[in-house]
Design a protein around this ligand. Structure first.
Ligand SMILES: Nc1ncnc2c1ncn2[C@@H]1O[C@H](COP(=O)(O)OP(=O)(O)OP(=O)(O)O)[C@@H](O)[C@H]1O
Ligand SMILES: [Mg+2]
Length: 349
């Protein structure tokens, strides 16, 4: 530890000044990310997106963990450098414990454990899905509790009633595929590159969302099912291709817009039911699919119609990032929720 750090630490201890630097590390899937937060204020947020998976049309777990191993040290070094602090100034290290790919999680968790051990600082295990929701507390406006959060990503589709930072009630979830998966699979059927969600969003801009109708499976209550729509898109496209070879190319914008409209309607219909059922009209969206512009626009319209107070995260906090891990870590740090060195990565928590 440098003399300066010793001096600063002395004052911090004696005068009980809150000076907390949290290093957040995210390696749950195919983004190697690190961020630094100072007393809840974000100082840096670095992401290395792994391009290697594009040629395979999806994430290859083996390649993802190898890429994390190559990226983790430079990404953390860059996050510390942008935050203008040294590794000795970090007060706690937060990492994604799960859910995610085991090989990917092991790289981040092993790095964080070693970092905590080397610098004798607390280790904080973060739940990736909780962190997607905590992304709302990185910047103003921050939602007050209770609020409803529609968490929509590559592996999850949930409607949560958030009563406090770590007190949540699961109101509904998917019975099969996640909505992000439905976006990606639909894109694959249309021959679009991975990841398909952003491509469908982009191509939809000039399309007619009401041109094609896809039957959707009706699920009672606040749960979802996305496996049926995937099959109906597959059969619809296949049937049309039999008589019209350029069907996809000639109608790509309308196809994307119609698929997107159907998926977003499935989400927002249930969101409306959740608000009516709970009487909570503070509504947030989180996770990778919350970057979808049609979902964001639809939520804006619903807020006007129904008088909701809505919370839409910045694009960079929607898909996987380490700022949300550092945020969640900071919230745990304040309440002393630390982990021991025995903590292990958990692919499904
Ligand atoms: N603009 C967009 N429109 C629709 N879907 C999108 C958009 N941007 C990203 N997605 C989708 O979001 C998903 C990725 O989100 P995220 O990174 O949060 O998922 P994940 O981390 O793989 O899964 P989980 O968070 O459930 O573990 C992908 O399915 C991707 O297609
Ligand atoms: Mg995610």
């Amino acid at each position: 530890m440098s003399r300066f750090s010793t001096f600063v630490n002395f004052f911090v201890t004696v005068f009980k000044i809150e000076m907390t630097y949290i290093l957040g590390i995210e390696t749950s899937c195919d983004e190697t990310a690190a961020a630094v937060m100072y007393n809840g204020h974000l100082l840096s947020n670095v992401i290395a997106t792994q391009k290697v998976h594009e040629q395979y049309g999806g994430v290859v777990p083996e390649l993802a963990s190898r890429a994390h191993q190559q990226n983790i040290v430079p990404v953390v070094a860059q996050a510390l450098s942008i935050a203008n602090i040294s590794k000795y100034q970090v007060n706690a290290v937060a990492f994604t414990q799960g859910p995610g790919l085991l090989g990917s999680l092991l790289v981040g968790s092993s790095f964080a454990k070693a970092f905590a051990l080397a610098y004798n600082i607390p280790l904080i295990a973060v739940n990736h899905m909780e962190a997607h929701v905590h992304a709302h507390f990185i910047e103003e406006p921050k939602p007050e509790f209770p609020f409803i959060c529609l968490t929509v990503s590559g592996g999850h589709t949930e409607i949560l009633l958030m009563k406090d930072y770590f007190d949540k009630e699961l109101l509904g979830t998917t019975l099969d595929d996640a909505v992000g998966e439905a976006f990606d699979k639909a894109a694959k059927i249309l021959g679009l590159p991975y990841p398909g969600g952003p491509m469908i969003d982009k191509l939809s801009k000039t399309g007619n969302p009401l041109k094609y109708k896809f039957p959707v499976s009706q699920v009672d209550g606040l749960n979802f099912s996305f496996s049926g729509i995937k099959t109906s898109i597959l059969y619809f496209v296949r049937d049309n291709l039999k008589t019209y070879a350029n069907f996809i190319q000639d109608n790509i914008a309308d196809l994307c817009a119609s698929i997107q409209h159907t998926l977003v309607k499935m989400l927002t219909d249930k969101l409306l039911v959740a608000v009516n059922k709970t009487g909570v009209n503070r509504v947030a969206i989180a996770g990778g699919v919350s970057a979808n512009t049609y979902l964001r626009d639809t939520l804006q319209q619903m807020s006007k119609i129904h008088g909701w107070e809505i919370f839409i995260p910045k694009f960079e906090y929607c898909t996987d990032n380490a700022a949300m891990i550092a945020m969640s870590g900071y919230l745990k740090y304040r309440t002393g929720q630390f982990s021991s060195q025995e903590v292990v990565a958990q692919p499904s928590i």
